[in-house]
Ligand binder design. Sequence first.
Ligand code: PAF
Length: 287
Amino acid sequence: MSERPALTVARTVKDLRWQVFAWRAEGLRVGLVPTMGALHEGHLSLVRLALESADRVVVSLFVNPAQFAPTEDFASYPRGEDRDREMLAEAGCHLLYAPDATEIYPPGFSTTVTVGGVSAPLEGERRPQFFGGVATVVTKLFNQVAPDVAVFGEKDYQQLQVIRRLVRDLDLPVQIIGAPTRRAEDGLALSSRNAYLSADERVVAGKLNVIMAQMARSVAAGGAVITAEAMAADALRAAGFDSIDYIEVRHAEDLSTLGPGPIGDSPARVLAAVKIGKTRLIDNIAV
Ligand code: PAF
């Protein structure tokens, strides 16, 4: 017999709040894991981390149109709520919040939350609509769920830093926890979009983290940033990646540039975005 709690599904803010308020009345702490579904082991590790800090865990499942450009994969983004629901029940999640689009964006919706600074470089340059869409939907989810704690993966490191900034700037009463990236055996970061890779592309994809780790080691040993970045870009091309959006060393908190030379004592992070065929992969590691 399973000892897992029964998984409730809410599709409206009203049903969601009814449940969350009932938990609060019992003095229970509530955790939130925002997702766009197509769940994998990486998401489940976020749920397990949330369960360590909260008595009840809500997972939201909403493929957020506002964070996709018209040219991006909103229509084809992998979806499978039945499978997601089974995985969440197994992981010990208490409530799946899978809202209809009008619960998030009611008719006439005209507000966007913009986080300056840390949103601007890297993903912000390549996907100008992305962080506005993320910050808006995450603000809505925080207001709808009212969690004590929310867990986001370090896999989307810039997104995590944007959300930390959002919470600090707007005094949102929620604790943000960053969860370590889960990886396949060859080190490829788990991602819903890995499902797009062909078998050959998947082999190439596994080399991204190896090249990033070499780059991090070189910079940590006092090597110049400019040299490490150039060598990593060459290695990516030689490994068979079709294009490189960026592979850079940045300040670990605000993602500002660190200059061409050695990083000294600055906390640093290697961040990369590359393409293989039609699939875009992002990854990052600490220096
Ligand atoms: O990381 C994601 O899956 C999404 O960007 C998020 C945080 C659920 C917002 O839609």
